[in-house]
Every structure is written in C-alpha cells, then in structure tokens.
Design a protein around this ligand. Sequence first.
Ligand code: AMP
Length: 424
Amino acid sequence: MSFESIGLSESILRAVEKQGYDTPSPIQEKVIPHILAGKDVLASAQTGTGKTAGFTLPMLEILNKVQPTGKKPVRALVLTPTRELAAQVHESVESYSEFLDMNSTVIFGGVKQMKQVARIKKGVDILIATPGRLLDLVDQKLLFLDKVEFLVLDEADRMLDMGFARDLNKILALLPAKRQNLLFSATFSPEIKKLAKAFMHFPKLVEAEPENSTVDKIIQTVYRVDIKDKLPVLINMINDGDWKQVLVFTRTKHRANRIADKLNKVKITASAIHGNKSQGARTKALEDFKTNNIRILVATDIAARGLDIPLLPHVINYELPNVQEDYVHRIGRTGRAGASGEAISLVAHDEVDYVAGIEKLLGEKFERNIIEGYEPKLEDAPPTKKQNGGGNRPRNIRNSDTVPKRRTQKNFNDKKKRKFVGKK
Ligand code: AMP
C-alpha cells in the first residue's frame, strides 16, 4: 500500500514526501482507511510506530474538505498526557499541514497562558492540549470546544495512569455529541476498554503489534547487580562502549537527579528530565541530548513518555519500572525507524520480581547475567504475592529461573559477547 493509494490529497502527499516517508507504516495502513471512512478508531500502538501521522494525516484530509468561513473554531482536539508529547504532536501536525490552509497550536501547563490565549483568539483548526490547561482555559471562558469534530486521545493509557480520568470526563461533556473519536493507547487494558465504551461509537479495533510485544530488533539484556554497584557499572558501560547517546531510566525524580550529577562529576555529560523540572529545563535537556551536547539523558517514565528521539542506540534501565507496561515504553525508545537498538536492565536483588512480571507480560524469558567484578552479594528477594501472578507460580521455578549466568569475560562492553549472553 502507498500513501497515494490510501486516499490522501496532493497537498498532504507533498508534506509526507517532504518528511521522507516512502510507505505507510503498519499502523498507518490499518488506521488511515477507517478514519477516512469516518469511523471511530480504538488503536493499540506504541510510540515509534508512526501513530501520530496515522491519526493526523486522515484527520487533515477530512478537515480540509470543508473549511469554515470567518474565524476558525477548534475543529480537532488532540489530548496528550504530557507537555512533551503535546509539543511533539504539534510539531508533527505543523509539518503534515504545511501545504494546507490549516492552523494548529499547542497548550499545556507550567508556562504562562498569555501567549497560548492570544494564539487561540486568532482562531485554530487543530488544538493539541494537556487536560489540565485545557480545562483551565475553558473555565476562564477563553476557549470553546462546541465545534469540535474530531477528538483524539493520544497515549490514553498513560492519561489514565496519571489520574486524568476525571478531567477526561469533564472534557468529553464539553464536546458536541456528533464527532469522530480516535483513541490511541499502548495497551488495551480493561480500563481503556471501559473508557472507550463510554464515549466511542462502534469503534474499529486496530492493533499495530500484538499486545505488549517488544520490537524484535531490540536486544534486551538483564544484568543482576547489587544496588551499590549500579553506578560504577553504568559508568563503565558508557566509558568502555564510548556511548554518545544513552537514555537512562530511573523510577524516581530524586534518583534521576543524583545519577545525572554523579555522571557529570566523572565528566560524562548528563541531564535529568522529570516532572519537577520546569518546562524550559525539560525542553533544553531534550534539545541538548538530541543535538549531542550531552551524552546521557536520565529520565523518569512520565517525563520520557512520548519523547521522539530518533535512532537511539542504547536504553538503560538503571531501575526497572514497577509498572510492567512502562518497560515496553522504555525500550520502545531504541531500535526505532528500522535501526537496531539495545536495552539493558540493571536488576538489584529487590527487583527480580519485576523481571518476572515483565517476562510474563512479554511472554519471553531473559537470562540473568552477571558481570565479573560486580557479582551480586545479596540474595534475590523472595517473590511477593502480587508480582508473582497471585502466588500461583511454583517456588522451584523461581529459584532455577533466577540463578544468574556467570559471565566469563572481563570486558562486559564487548558488544558481541553481550549479545551472546542476551535473551533466548
Ligand atoms: P510516532 O510513533 O508517531 O512518534 O512516530 C515515530 C517516528 O516515525 C517519527 O519520527 C516519525 O517522523 C516517523 N514516521 C512516521 N511515519 C513514518 C513513515 N511512514 N515512514 C517513515 N517514518 C515515519
């Protein structure tokens, strides 16, 4: 299938060509025809699959068919969980609509509202927003949503995780009943299905990849190390591999800051990105990382959500996420756009259960590797009921499972060898 045969107009095809896209990605092939046919769509697609163009291109096609006269009302509303994702989606919408008479803007909290309000007053066709700032402006009667024809919930699972369910309900109540609804989510959890049922009209179900699968091209490796050794191991990996662009994940903001500080102290340039940082600081850190001004970006899950970092070779889970689906999002940052990537997890004694949970989710097993010189001294923590699938898993399986494979070579940054001891 090509972008031409999928039914997009010349002005949109020109923008697609300018982006250098040859063929639609699998999710685009699946969702675009449904959206062009006017259907509601419930799609499971991770970041990196091309989902943004998947909903934006057909939306532009439809909106462009009938253009209102006079001041433009908001005709399409795209809701995202984070400011970064909102900014990124806006950037995509701008480039895909470059050759159309179509305006878009983005609004989010954490910055003054004045400029955003001024832009809205001029009239916008497509508004990309985070829920909080959107409701804030609606409450102040600075924004009206009664002409919305398209609603897109992007990364809806994360919106629910972040506690936006109430805000979403309030927003839904502000929209006209007759509209087209698109919901994109990394997973089809029961909560997502419930949400979809509440506001979508016979949605077409589309899955880009089997649910919760990881991309095959990503080499996933698990190292069992003690907490106290994680930092030296991380530093050695970066130095020995001479890695230039590494995304490191932590569970907490505090740890993200601490690691960035420690890395800078040993002359490995790094910035932390998390919810307590100002919008300006987050944007700068991301920009510095993208332009290779810094080598390491240390991020928490929420801050990293939706970041578009092309061709990222290395992702390191300094700590495993306690929400298993986040692992899929994290490693989705590598091996993008056809390139292969590497995801490394440093697992402490109290995180082995998280590995088991992730394995269960993905339906595959990882070997537990150890690094010479950093052999774990602490015993694996016993499984908890919850993380052990409700306690149904026989204990002997866990024991044989978690015996780490001893690494023989000293240099754990020898890529070939690391691949060899990797999964499967
Ligand atoms: P997304 O999943 O929307 O964040 O997109 C991930 C990346 O894929 C972005 O850098 C897009 O520019 C890129 N992309 C989107 N569609 C295509 C396509 N059909 N061919 C190649 N790259 C694409």
